[in-house]
Write a protein that binds this ligand. Structure first.
Ligand code: FDP
Length: 355
């Protein structure tokens, strides 16, 4: 019988270099400074939230009361799903008694949630969308969670969280968790974009790709074309352009995180334009578009509202919305060129001909 030498056993156990998420965050900071320790601990808690949500999603169809609507309507006027409530509470519970995060603000809560016992030491705020793409939950398709971390500025004594109404470059870290065939966590602390996959047998997120760079151009355009007649003419012109040119293909999953992940890895552009009735669009700035813009810039891509760099947008309120054009440099610039062109023609048009 063949005997296994200790050296071989060692090699077998480490068939890949298992860099865990918390180790990776510390490596990124290249120090054990208090900030490095804090952000590493926060990422660890976010990973725990991701594991809990992933576990529930994988069994949801077998459980009572996991799928479907609660009957409530959230602050955005959208029907709330049971999974939205569960995931929202998971993020709160993993940060209780952590001493890390003083406030949490999410799509599901009108006002930020304060954890007073954390506030004397934890001066960070977590902004998050607990379940992004919730319409996919009941049909077992991909959904995600998006997160962003900001430093609290001032004491916020009136509980209005006005210090959050600042541009996206104030984010210290951002990322998302994609619940697909595997559970993937992607994050950045402003030093590149890195991706991890949850190994269920270890219960750990393991590094799979470091310093992701988005291609300069990609074939995919990702947009809900059902809104075609509600967009401004510039977006309709762009869509007609890609229909008429070879090399473009359309993909739209109904979950921003899934569509964004495809574009981050393969290139292309995701669009959620405003409509004539809702020029601000659908997606929320602080916990949807700004974190993804932070990631795409770190990956060498571009994010805009169509007319303004997304990370420069200053929200007027916590749940402010923005149009979104995000992805490869070339593809975002192409969309912007249609908007510029259209604005120039509008400006030159005699007032009597304007619609
Ligand atoms: P959902 O409302 O299902 O949570 O965050 C909003 C979002 O999903 C995105 O994930 C998704 O890209 C978009 O809205 C889908 O909206 P449409 O159905 O209007 O295309």
């Amino acid at each position: 019988m063949a005997t296994v030498e200790p050296a071989d056993t060692h090699q077998y156990a480490l068939d890949r270099d298992c860099t865990t998420l918390s180790r990776h965050v510390l490596q990124q900071f290249q120090s054990f400074s208090p900030e490095a320790q804090d952000i590493s601990a926060i990422m660890n808690r976010l990973a725990l939230a991701g594991k809990l949500i992933s576990r529930r999603l994988s069994r949801a169809g077998l459980m009572d009361n996991a799928l479907g609507f609660t009957g409530e309507v959230n602050v955005q006027g959208e029907s709330v799903k049971k999974m939205d409530v569960y995931a929202n509470e998971v993020f709160i519970s993993v940060f209780k008694q952590s001493g890390l995060v003083c406030r949490l603000a999410s799509e599901e809560m009108e006002k930020p949630y304060y954890i007073p016992e954390n506030c004397p030491i934890g001066r960070y705020t977590l902004l998050y969308d607990p379940i992004d793409g919730s319409s996919n939950v009941d049909i077992n398709l991909n959904v995600g969670s998006i997160f962003s971390i900001r430093q609290q500025e001032g004491d916020d004594l009136d509980g209005e969280a006005r210090d959050l109404l600042q541009h996206g470059r104030k984010q210290i870290a951002a990322g998302y968790i994609l619940y697909g065939p595997s559970t993937v966590l992607v994050y950045s602390i402003g030093r590149g974009v890195h991706s991890f996959i949850l190994d269920p047998s270890l219960g750990e997120f393991i590094l799979v790709q470091e310093n992701i760079q988005i291609p300069e151009h990609g074939p995919v355009y990702s947009v809900n074309e059902g809104n075609y007649w509600q967009w401004e003419e510039s977006f309709r012109e762009y869509i007609r352009y890609v229909h008429r040119h070879e090399g473009y293909t359309s993909r739209y999953s109904g979950a921003l995180v899934g569509d964004f992940h495809r574009i981050l890895l393969q290139g292309g552009v995701f669009l959620y334009p405003g409509t004539t009735k809702k020029p601000e669009g659908k997606l929320r700035l602080l916990y949807e578009t700004a974190p993804l813009a932070f990631l795409i810039e770190q990956a060498g891509g571009k994010a805009s509202t169509g007319t303004q760099t997304l990370l420069d947008v200053v929200p007027e309120k916590l749940h402010a919305r923005t149009p979104l054009v995000i992805g490869s440099q070339e593809d975002v610039k192409l969309v912007e060129s249609f908007i510029d062109d259209w604005m120039r023609r509008e400006a030159e048009m005699p007032a009597s001909l304007k619609s």
